[in-house]
Design a protein around this ligand. Structure first.
Ligand SMILES: Cc1cc2nc3c(=O)[nH]c(=O)nc-3n(C[C@H](O)[C@H](O)[C@H](O)COP(=O)(O)OP(=O)(O)OC[C@H]3O[C@@H](n4cnc5c(N)ncnc54)[C@H](O)[C@@H]3O)c2cc1C
Length: 399
């Protein structure tokens, strides 16, 4: 067995980032505070990674994964975090792709996986509906067969990046018989399908990331169904393991590093800078320890994924609970470090097309928008209360 030279690998990643992520793009990314970078940046970055063969480190090698071990993945992610690379929307790579790998036909794998890997197929997620969020199985958007198609009618809400996406994965109701879970089907549709329309929802941070989407006799081919009709709940549950069992530590650790850098430049009360304040250092150290524990667990899960396994619903829920709490805590520390600059409205300087400088130093632009944006992370992907229920039921053997 050949041993891997991790130092050489780290140098390789650093060289790649130094040459492939130019200062102009880094500056643009400073103006992004949302969940995902706008595609002009996010898709560009995914294409760049793909061209290097590094587009999907967590995928099995047979579908284009890198074959890296857990240490290599950790090195890659930490270097990307340190370089503050754009965060590409995960709905394709990390959510629908594993579902296509497990439940898709060969034709579906051949069509969707290469396009997702290169970033050209840009997916959004059509699960939640007005009135059907935590209780997802109560969803009502209907799909009725007509010839080779389903005719889809209804509405989905909180559809992140639907205004950018060219594909959507949808849960639809194909039967009202039996338990609600038994009449759900999983479909994939181009966003250009006649009858699909998108209405923006502006969030508390001032960004347009969310949408309501409408389906008015939208004709979706039966060939775009993943799995059997009325078996979409199994597909959705599998997908949610990947949505919840992702990597939270790198972004939390990135924000913690940002908080340290801000603190080193902000004045302290009884010391030269905030970073010299022992209370601030204590808070930072406590968070850092929790993040290391989170990262270690995430690495174990990632190692299992590369072997073609799924995270498991309990581990996925636990990771989401602790990971999102850490993300919120790190974003709060950034705001605390920012001091009075956190009071300024920085929204005007936060879009890719903006040329308005932030009020105060460069680092003042993002933290508040990021903090506001992250209020939602304990809601999306299934709220914390619901994750607590899943874990508690498992712990008490109630499942
Ligand atoms: C920023 C953001 C992005 C999102 N992106 C997407 C997306 O791209 N695609 C998509 O399909 N959806 C998306 N969602 C929707 C998200 O999955 C739902 O908001 C979430 O599942 C909660 O559903 P709800 O909003 O209907 O709240 P509800 O289900 O109405 O819950 C309201 C409150 O009641 C609590 N609650 C509900 N049931 C229970 C229970 N059984 N026990 C204890 N407490 C409970 C909840 O925790 C919550 O506090 C997004 C949401 C947000 C905020």
């Amino acid at each position: 067995m050949t041993s891997i030279d991790y130092n050489a690998f780290r140098d390789e990643v650093r060289d790649f980032l130094a040459t492939s992520y130019p200062a102009s793009k880094r500056e643009l990314n400073q103006r992004q505070a949302g969940m995902f970078a706008e595609p002009e940046l996010g898709q560009w970055w995914q294409r760049t990674l793909h061209a290097r063969g590094w587009g999907a480190p967590s995928w099995p090698v047979e579908y284009g994964g890198t074959g890296w071990d857990a240490v290599q993945k950790h090195i890659f992610m930490s270097e990307c975090t340190a370089a503050n690379t754009p965060s590409f929307a995960v709905q394709g790579l990390a959510m629908v792709a594993p579902v296509v790998m497990k439940f898709g036909t060969q034709a579906q794998k051949d069509f969707f996986l290469p396009g997702i890997l290169s970033g050209e197929l840009y997916f959004c997620q059509g699960f939640s509906e007005p009135g059907s969020g935590s209780d997802l199985a109560s969803l009502r958007t209907s799909a009725v067969r007509e010839g080779d198609d389903y005719l889809v009618n209804g509405s989905k809400i909180w559809t992140t990046h639907a205004h950018f996406a060219n594909w959507i994965f949808l849960l639809v109701r194909t039967s009202t018989e039996g338990k609600p879970q038994q009449g759900i089907t999983f479909l994939l549709a181009p966003m250009s399908t006649p009858g699909i329309s998108v209405r923006p929802i502006i969030s508390i941070s001032g960004e347009h990331e969310l949408n309501q989407t409408f389906y008015d006799n939208a004709r979706i081919p039966i060939a775009n169904r993943i799995g059997d009709e009325n078996k979409g709940w199994d597909v959705a549950k599998y997908l949610l393991e990947f949505e919840r069992g992702g990597a939270y530590a790198p972004s939390a650790q990135g924000m913690l590093e940002a908080a340290k850098k801000i603190a080193a430049q902000q004045p302290g009360d009884d010391c030269a800078t905030l970073w010299d304040d022992p209370q601030f250092q204590r808070k930072t150290a406590e968070l850092e320890i929790d993040m290391l524990a989170q990262a270690a667990t995430e690495h174990r899960v990632m190692t299992a994924l590369a072997g073609g396994n799924n995270p498991g619903d309990i581990v996925a829920s636990m990771l989401k609970l602790s990971g999102t709490a850490l993300q919120q805590a790190a974003s709060e520390l950034c705001v605390e470090a920012l001091g009075d600059y956190a009071l300024a409205d920085q929204r005007q300087s936060l879009h890719l097309s903006s040329n308005i400088p932030p009020i105060g130093p460069d680092y003042a632009a993002r933290p508040v928008a990021k903090f506001l944006n992250l209020r939602a992370c304990t809601i999306y992907g299934g709220s914390s209360e619901v994750q607590h229920n899943i874990v508690a039921r498992a712990a008490m053997g109630l499942k």
